[in-house]
Design a protein around this ligand. Structure first.
Ligand code: CUA
Length: 313
């Protein structure tokens, strides 16, 4: 029956797919069996009780209690099975495992934007590792969209002003299609995205190096992106205003006095160290509050930040 499955349903590619498909086939089988049974009986009774001669009197038939109980109780058990099976599957599909990788998925006319815990953003495509649970936190910036991955058997609305979630564990490396499945305007049918399911090594490499965009973007531009996306902007101003941390304006090449009295010139190595080992040197007058960005920032992004700061005269 595999050919039938592959003909009717998309490829199974998540841990949720199997159960959902089995329930689907169970309900389909019940429908087929009862359709055949009822159709055969209708034809049979049409023949059996047809009027055979002009003066035949139609027999008076009332009810049959046994028969009525049988045809009530059997379907009752069937719908009870469907209910518990379906409810169990529904709950399982709603509650993401605690160790899931969390990715924010935001819909807006007519793109999907994804954001990783480290602040990295991607548009219309994202990578996940195979065999690890991924929790998607959905939201929308404008109208209702819906995030549908047929191969994973997951679908959930992305609603403005509210967070919804869905999760999956992909079971096979490959590229999977995402559809927006809530009519959201003239670009609705183009609101597509792709999920790249990588093996662990390829996923780690992608995390480390990022998309083509990050690999090719001019460095100062990349630095600006990092500044905006990874939280630098919270503490470091660009206009000389004093924040939780020193401003970036005019800091390039300046001499800073540290809490231990040491004088350090702001150069490439100092910036790199400040990002990866921020507690090593604290500028006088500031609190040692900056977290390390080790593992959260790629090498090329560090270079980007350096080049960006160089340009902030
Ligand atoms: Cu977004 Cu349809």
């Amino acid at each position: 029956m595999n050919w039938l499955h592959d003909f009717i349903l998309p490829k199974q590619a998540s841990t949720l797919s199997g159960n959902i498909d089995n329930l689907f086939w169970f309900i389909t089988a019940i429908n087929v069996v009862f359709f055949a049974l009822i159709a055969i009986l209708v034809i049979h009774f049409m023949r059996k009780y047809r009027r055979k001669s002009e003066n035949e009197v139609t027999p008076h038939i009332t009810h049959n209690q046994t028969l009525e109980i049988v045809w009530s109780v059997i379907p009752l058990f069937l719908v009870i099975i469907i209910f518990f099976w379906g409810f169990h599957g529904y709950v399982n599909a709603q509650v993401a495992p605690a160790n899931s990788i969390e990715i924010q998925a935001t819909g807006k006319k007519w793109v999907w934007q994804f954001e990783y815990p480290d602040g990295m953003r991607t548009l219309n495509a994202f990578h996940v590792p195979v065999n690890r649970p991924v929790r998607l936190v959905l939201s929308s910036e404008d109208v209702i969209h819906s995030f549908f991955v047929p191969s994973f058997r997951i679908k959930k609305d992305a609603v403005p002003g509210r967070y919804t979630e869905e999760w999956f564990t992909a079971t096979e490396p490959g590229v999977y299609q995402v559809f927006c499945t809530e009519y959201c305007g003239k670009g609705h049918s183009d609101m597509l995205a792709k999920i790249y399911v990588d093996d662990e090594a390829a996923y780690q490499k992608w995390l480390l190096e990022g998309d083509e965009e990050i690999k090719t973007m001019p460095l100062p531009e990349l630095g600006k992106l990092v500044y905006e996306n990874k939280g630098c902007a919270t503490c470091h101003s660009l206009d000389g205003t004093r924040g939780q941390g020193p401003t970036w304006k005019g800091t390039w090449g300046a001499m800073h006095t540290m809490t231990d009295g040491k004088q350090i010139k702001v150069d490439e190595n100092y910036i790199r160290e400040s990002i990866l080992e921020p507690q090593n040197h604290i500028v006088q007058g500031y609190e040692p509050i900056m977290p390390t960005f080790k593992g959260l920032i790629r090498d090329r992004e560090v270079l980007g930040v350096i080049e960006y700061i160089k340009g902030l005269k």
